[in-house]
Design a protein around this ligand. Structure first.
Ligand code: SF4
Ligand code: SF4
Ligand code: SF4
Ligand code: MG
Length: 976
């Protein structure tokens, strides 16, 4: 270590490092370093021995485990080795002679150490690699092991296989399959475990799962709803058991990709013996289901051991259960002889004033039922934890409410005697015929948590092998995640469409119905006469999709009707609207003549081509995306920097970007943080290259006097957003009818028809958050803006890395608390807009739709129309802000942000310069509200006052100064 440090660069013993190495010497320098690699295994071994002396462990470069006279062994590295060890014990106890090598130093691979570790009796080796190198003869570890035996000239049967890609579970039954494969005369090479490969037949046959864990270990599985507190409670339970007993504890949590309100699964194990089980609980002594709606969605009993405890959060007793549980679940519970308990945690939480936080109630019930530590001790520990969490922040009253929930969780538990006849129920499997095959075969099983069972052939059948997924799958999810959904008050509605404009999930839409359609409408489909020029012939209705709505309340909040025309009502009371919704989207057509990009109202008559994403309820980002797709969706290329907007924008199996009735819609691709703008630029260049050729061909058609009229119009108008599609179609139709007279004409016709999708004008967009645009992808964004090309960037500015738990970015403002600036950010927010404005030829807009919807619309319209690079920076309230008024008020929060001078609206349009005007227009009024008051309304600022009051004072003062300075700069720019 000392020598290493001494070798560092220092002006007191300078050297030059990182030279441009010329080709004459590069090769030799690489080879000259060999001795260092050769020495390394020995050095590592010596240090391991030192550590072994201190820890009493026996940890070597390659550790052997199993029968000293084993004939078959498995070689692997990493966490799977624990599963292998337990499986080796299990098989040896059954009279087999097997073992395993656990690789601790992979490279440099020491052949001598490896050979020394392998028993001389071994005849067959299976090497497991957790990677796939397509096209290779075998995976890397396999190849190294083969090389060892080849070099030594030792005959050995060696096969390789893959396991565990992308955290796929590897279970004891799969490891047994690997050993069984070795038993064969000709074991399969290049095999897989953990999947069903019915195409290339690489997968090994796997028998039923065996429980090889020591008897003392208790396994538990919990099904929770994201943000209901289940995961937190389970972490706490693990801590309580781990700290108060001499038991070992293991906890593993699985989440889906919904930003909130998704599924969480907690896998917990406790026991007196060490737990060597790095795989999910699949044989549970205790299963808890914290959300009653799951009974219809998932196979919840599958993992329960016979005679195990099953706890369901449920209101009612046996009669209600009889009515609510599906036959398959009842049958499984009875057949497994389950001990069934219910508790009505939702009512208890409501009664105690805890809202949706059911976690402590169910945690108490868990401790009561599982009987793993004395109940009194568990209660004391839970109560202490509650005191620690809430007392300082929320006071004694909240502490007591939570304490009360513990007592209720224990006392309100009800044991249900399972009727014997449940075991004989008939279970009828019905195949869904109302959805496309892809949804039935892929999306529905995945949403039921059964994606692991989908065979390889399914992916080939639907062309999913290259990362492509079908658009528009979210509309089949019908999550029913809302507690309350809006109910439309027909007589109060003033037909402004603002509700649709702000809805983050596109779950509320204005519907225009013509006379013919009216006749087919369902009974409850009430409409009123549409108001507005040109709309007289239609009747109007606001339609909510109760099962797609997340219940955020944004729509009802913004409704400007004198008496609100939207009232939030319990979901159950609104389910009859589902039929009206289906009619609205399936039967009623989109009225193109009603759409215009000039007004907020008219913009909402367009179909959103982004719908029902997995974003949080009330998310500030998604309404902007939805609007963009309404304006340009059918001709949009979108690249999206990873972050929230990719988590909710495209996580299998949910794709919210969808298509219109012609099958056109945004083509969307995720990119890394660091090259998203460049990725969009690539799409543009690719499209441009082909379109340029098409234009040349069309020009030649004019010269040749072939479909001249259509070709000429195309050349004239291909770049006109309004007419490009029509002139492209006209050219195509004319060409299709035209019989070429010679080779040249034929070649041109073929080329144009072949490349038809590149004819019409497209719209190129890069989407991403502030982490992308301000930080990691800034260099690329800047580069692409500087290109001068007609490309658009939408920055969804949450002022923090929202998707990864709230790390500070350069968009974070002074005084805000975020990860990496826990004591409040010291320096001010970067002014990305001003930086882009400095080019002079970039269209730049800052928007906040909650303050001015029309300005947002105008900015999107102008940015897209501007024949050069455009940048829109959109203010997006986010759950990470801790808005005290709640996410239902996210639109209101934007308004406050602007009124207090925290955020400003402007547009910088270089085209105005040509007209002799000032290109910078400040769209927001002089701030009038108190900035500090605004800041105190959000926990990201307010909590600093609790933790570091003095520093908070100083930083908030600075925040006010920074905001003023920023406003003054804009004001000066606006004055020209
Ligand atoms: Fe959309 Fe939220 Fe209104 Fe539901 S409550 S329709 S998700 S704005
Ligand atoms: Fe009607 Fe209110 Fe929606 Fe406006 S915001 S269209 S008034 S329901
Ligand atoms: Fe949720 Fe914020 Fe991400 Fe929106 S941006 S999905 S509110 S975390
Ligand atoms: Mg962000």
């Amino acid at each position: 270590m000392k020598a290493f440090r001494k070798n560092s660069l220092n002006p007191e013993h300078p050297a030059t490092r990182g030279t441009t190495v010329s080709p004459d010497i590069f090769f030799q320098t690489r080879e000259s370093a060999n001795c260092y690699f050769e020495r390394l295994p020995k050095i590592v071994e010596d240090y391991m021995n030192e550590i072994n002396k201190l820890t009493g462990r026996n940890y070597g470069l390659f550790d052997y485990y199993g029968a000293p006279d084993a004939e078959s062994i498995v070689v692997a590295m990493g966490s799977v080795s624990d599963t292998i060890k337990d499986t080796v014990d299990y098989l040896n106890s059954q009279g087999r002679k097997v073992g395993a090598i656990n690789v601790h130093l992979y490279r440099p691979f020491s052949a001598s150490h490896f050979l020394a570790a392998v028993p001389k009796t071994v005849k067959k080796i299976a090497v497991l690699d957790r990677t796939k190198e397509p096209g290779g003869m075998g995976e890397p570890l396999y190849q190294d092991v083969c090389t060892v035996y080849y070099n030594e000239g030792i005959p050995m049967t060696i096969v390789g296989g893959r396991y565990g890609l992308s955290s796929k579970d590897t279970t004891p039954a799969q490891i047994i399959a690997v050993f069984d494969n070795l038993e064969k005369d000709e074991p399969k090479h290049n095999f897989t475990i953990g999947i069903i490969d019915d195409v290339y037949h690489t997968s090994l046959p796997v028998k039923d799962e065996v429980s090889i864990l020591p008897k003392s270990i208790v396994s538990c599985k919990f099904w929770g709803l994201g943000s209901d507190g289940t995961v937190g409670a389970n972490k706490n339970s693990t801590k309580i058991i781990g700290e108060n007993t001499d038991m070992y504890a293991q906890a593993y949590f699985v989440y889906d990709s919904k930003k909130s309100g998704g599924l969480t699964q907690s896998h917990l194990r406790f026991g007196k013996d060490p737990i060597r089980a790095p795989y999910l609980v699949n044989s549970a002594d205790f299963v808890a289901v914290h959300n009653p709606s799951y009974v219809d969605k998932y196979d919840l009993v599958k993992d329960l051991k016979p005679g195990g405890i099953f706890l369901l959060n449920f209101a009612g007793g046996i009669d209600e259960l009889n009515a609510a549980l599906p036959a398959s679940m009842k049958k499984a519970l009875a057949q497994k002889n389950a001990q069934l308990y219910v508790i009505d945690a939702i009512s208890i939480a409501k009664e105690l004033g805890l809202g949706g936080r059911i976690n402590t109630i169910l945690q108490a019930a868990f401790f009561k039922l599982i009987d793993i530590i004395p109940l009194d001790l568990a209660i004391k520990e839970m109560k202490d934890a509650i005191h620690k969490t809430y007392y300082a922040k929320k006071g004694q009253k909240v502490v007591e409410m939570n304490w009360a929930s513990i007592d209720r969780g224990i006392n309100d538990l009800k044991k249900i005697e399972i009727p014997a006849e449940w075991a004989d129920l008939e279970v009828v499997e019905t195949e869904r015929t109302d959805v496309p095959d892809f949804i039935r075969d892929v999306v529905i099983p995945m949403n039921r948590q059964e994606g692991d069972n989908l065979p390889v052939s399914t992916f080939l059948k639907y062309n999913l092998f290259d990362g492509t997924w079908h658009a528009g799958t979210t509309k089949y999810e019908k999550r029913g995640a809302a507690v309350d959904v809006p109910e439309w008050q027909i007589d109060k509605c003033i037909q402004c469409n603002q509700c649709a404009f702000v809805c983050p999930h596109a779950a509320i839409r204005p519907v225009l119905v013509d006379e013919e359609e009216s006749k087919k409408a369902p009974a409850g489909f009430e409409t009123k006469k549409a108001v507005g020029k040109g709309l007289e012939k239609y009747s109007y209705r606001i339609q909510v999709s109760p099962l797609d709505c997340t219940g955020c309340g944004s729509c009802a909040q913004v409704c400007p009707a004198k008496e609100k025309a939207l009232i939030m009502k319990p979901l159950a009371t609104q389910l009859d609207q589902a039929e009206n919704w289906t009619f609205s989207v399936d039967v009623v057509s989109i009225k193109k003549d009603a759409f215009s990009d000039q007004t907020v109202k008219a913009s909402q008559f367009a179909q959103p081509l982004f719908e029902f994403s997995g974003a949080c309820a009330g998310c500030g980002e998604t309404p902007y995306i939805k609007l963009a797709t309404q304006l340009f969706g059918e001709r949009m290329y979108i690249t999206n920097a990873s972050g929230c907007s990719t988590a909710y924008g495209g996580s299998t199996p949910s794709t919210p970007y969808t298509v219109n009735k012609c099958g056109h819609g945004p083509s969307w691709a995720m990119s890394l943080f660091e090259d998203n703008a460049e990725y969009a630029f690539g799409f543009l260049l690719g499209h441009e290259a082909i379109q340029k050729q098409l234009i040349q061909k069309a020009e030649r058609l004019v010269e040749l006097n072939v479909v001249k009229e259509q070709a000429a119009r195309y050349v004239e108008e291909f770049d006109n957003s309004d007419t490009s599609k029509a002139v492209s179609l006209a050219l195509l139709e004319a060409l299709e009818k035209y019989a070429p007279k010679n080779d040249e004409e034929k070649e041109i016709k073929d080329f144009i028809i072949q490349n038809r999708e590149f004819l019409s004008k497209k719209s190129f967009w890069a989407f991403g958050g502030d982490g992308w645009a301000y930080d990691i992808g800034y260099g690329g964004l800047d580069h692409v803006l500087a290109s001068g090309k007609n490309i658009n960037m939408l920055v969804l500015d949450t002022e923090v890395y929202s998707n990864t738990g709230g790390q500070s970015s350069k968009a974070t403002s002074t005084g805000a608390i975020a990860k990496f600036s826990a004591a409040g950010k010291k320096v001010k927010k970067k002014d990305l807009g001003l930086m882009a404005i400095s080019y002079g030829y970039v269209y730049v807009a800052q928007v906040a739709m909650g303050y001015d919807q029309a300005q947002t619309l105008k900015a999107f319209r102008e940015a897209e129309a501007y024949p050069g690079p455009s940048l829109i920076i959109a203010y997006c309230p986010c759950i990470e802000h801790g808005i005290k008024a709640g996410m239902a008020k996210s639109q209101e929060e934007m308004k406050k942000a602007v009124e207090s001078g925290y955020w400003h609206l402007y547009r910088y349009n270089p085209l105005l310069k040509a007209e002799g005007k000032n290109p910078f227009i400040l769209d927001s009024k002089e701030p009038t509200a108190d900035l500090k008051e605004f800041l105190r309304g959000e926990n990201r600022y307010a909590s600093l006052e609790l933790t570091f009051p003095e520093r908070a004072e100083e930083l908030l003062e600075k925040a006010v100064r920074d905001a003023k300075e920023r406003y003054e700069t804009y004001k000066k720019l606006a004055q020209g």
